[in-house]
Design a binder for this molecule. Structure first.
Ligand code: ZN
Ligand code: FE
Ligand code: FE
Ligand code: ZN
Length: 266
């Protein structure tokens, strides 16, 4: 199996070195992993209230370190990925910064609604101050910008807005699921099944079963990631995740090399 969403201590809110993540991956019997640490927001001209990404000067070190690991013949293949925190209007700048950079894939993720870092535990109180339907609407509007933005290969943790258990009824979610599946099918952006949600208050993968079903039916490709922020989280809950993918109708999972997608049987 593959785990395409590993962080490292560089982002400031994870622990462990790349080597420690690789050891954990080998111990779990993974074939391939991809590091997808947070792209430096400083390079996009944004400084959030709390540091959540590596610093601009660390970006070349990060890519060199992961590429060196990829070149060394260990038991686990290594890919160079990156997770980009989406900021409206910065898509073209990001595309320019990534041009000529040897990344295997780019995960586009929404972490901010304007200045609100809504998946940060210290900012949960904000959910109670806002109208939840408006929060979901703003959130999915950003998700759809990521899908259509043309800068990413994979859409990260698509419904992470549910992380702390603030959810809309399934019936109200249906239009969001449908539009997301249709946009992914249209743009060719790959969906990520992210198992971190199983360890969050919501207790469910990102996304849950309904969007997986719609995406499988629409022929949207899928990949798998643990969003590990510590070595012991590598490959977490993967047997359960693979079961979810099969139940939803997926028969393939996607790997990436130099931003080319390679489907392999699930
Ligand atoms: Zn993170
Ligand atoms: Fe993220
Ligand atoms: Fe992540
Ligand atoms: Zn993430």
């Amino acid at each position: 199996m593959i785990d395409y969403h590993l962080h490292t201590a560089r982002c400031g809110h994870a622990s462990g070195s790349p080597e420690e993540y690789l050891q954990a991956a080998a111990a779990r019997g993974l074939r391939e992993v991809g590091f997808a640490d947070h792209f430096p927001l400083g390079l996009l001209g944004y400084t959030p209230r709390k540091k959540v990404t590596m610093e601009p000067e660390e970006w070349p070190e990060y890519t060199a370190q992961v590429r060196a690991l990829a070149a060394s013949a260990g038991p686990v293949a290594v890919k160079l990925g990156v997770e980009v925190d989406y900021l409206p209007g910065r898509g073209p700048l990001l595309a320019k910064l990534l041009r000529g950079c040897p990344v295997d894939y780019v995960i586009g993720s929404v972490h901010f609604i304007e200045e609100w870092d809504f998946s940060h535990p210290a900012q949960v109180h904000e959910y109670r101050k806002r109208d939840l339907a408006a929060v979901y609407d703003a959130y999915f509007g950003l998700v759809w910008e990521v899908c259509a933005g043309g800068f990413c290969d994979i859409l990260g943790h698509v419904d992470v807005i549910k992380k702390f258990g603030f959810r809309l009824p399934e019936k109200e979610m249906e239009p969001y699921w449908r539009r997301t599946a249709a946009l992914l099918a249209e743009t060719g952006v790959c969906l990520e099944l992210n198992t971190a949600g199983l360890d969050a208050p919501v207790g469910e993968c990102y996304p849950g079963g309904r969007l997986l079903e719609l995406c499988a039916a629409a022929g949207v490709p899928v990949t798998l990631g643990s969003d590990a922020h510590a070595p012991d989280q590598v490959g977490r809950h993967f047997p359960e995740a693979v079961e979810c993918l099969r139940r939803a109708g997926f028969r393939e999972i996607s790997r990436f090399t130099q931003r080319r997608r390679i489907p392999v049987p699930l």
